[in-house]
Design a protein around this ligand. Sequence first.
Ligand code: ZN
Length: 201
Amino acid sequence: MILAVSKDIDESNFIDFVTNPGSFDPHIWFDVKLWKGAAKTVAEGLKELDEEYASEFDANLERYLGELDELEEYINQRISEIPEDNRVLITAHDAFNYFGNAYGFEVKGLQGISTASEAGTSDVSQLAKFIVERKIKAIFVESSVPRKSIEALQEAVKAQGFQVEIGGELYSDSTGDAGTGAETYIGTFKANIDTIVDALK
Ligand SMILES: [Zn+2]
């Protein structure tokens, strides 16, 4: 059985792929509200496979949705530590547009949505200019994109006479490794929030 976890989410929630018209930005897991919908779809799929355990699947879903409620509280409470003007998230690729919409961040990715393409030099200098103008404190490396692209951006900012920190590494397209505390969806999201808030507050 193959299950598309986004199949029951209304399309109006999806963000268009600017660089690839006609398709949607896939990074829906960065909006916890949408991920709750995915959890419901998974529970329904499991019940179809194994009706005998339907009540267990329902109970587990309820418990997990409660954990996601707590996660949302954690996210909102931590974000409130960042002054509103500082809520700008700059990362290596365009993974955080759902995050930005859901939690009130202006989001800029150095390259497009895919982790395969490379950022051009004009992308780097334009974004560097933006960072200098807005006096952005920190930019972020992503686990799925080579570190050098963000380091090149940091260098370009330096060349324009401003200092921007690398605020740490964010998980974008995968969870953390076992034993890091970020090996679950919730652990990964919390690790990202802590990294973002600690660097931008
Ligand atoms: Zn991605």
